[in-house]
Design a protein around this ligand. Sequence first.
Ligand code: HEM
Length: 71
Amino acid sequence: MAYHPFGAGSRICIGEDFAWLEATLLLSSLSRRYRIQADPGFPGVSPAITLRPGGPVPALVTRRPAPAPVG
Ligand code: HEM
């Protein structure tokens, strides 16, 4: 139970698989256009009703060069 953003037990989130799929697609789409470098000083986690970062997660976001046209 170190990582439980979707809860656990009989009331565990029924949308977990969908959420993972959506998040993966979103991140891959963003990663094509932007480079995201997280600050190495991760603030830890704050376990509350949901698991969240313990503080701000600073990151450097830079635009990638436009991909070459296909064809
Ligand atoms: C990043 C996305 C999501 C997170 C972090 C999240 C998180 C959670 C959490 C923490 C719970 C409570 C679990 C518990 O009580 O132990 C929950 C319940 C629930 N979630 Fe999600 N959820 C997400 C996305 C979704 C999506 C996409 C759907 C539906 C398409 C969904 C539907 C539900 C439902 C219906 C419940 C109530 C389940 C029950 O009480 O039996 N969630 N979710």
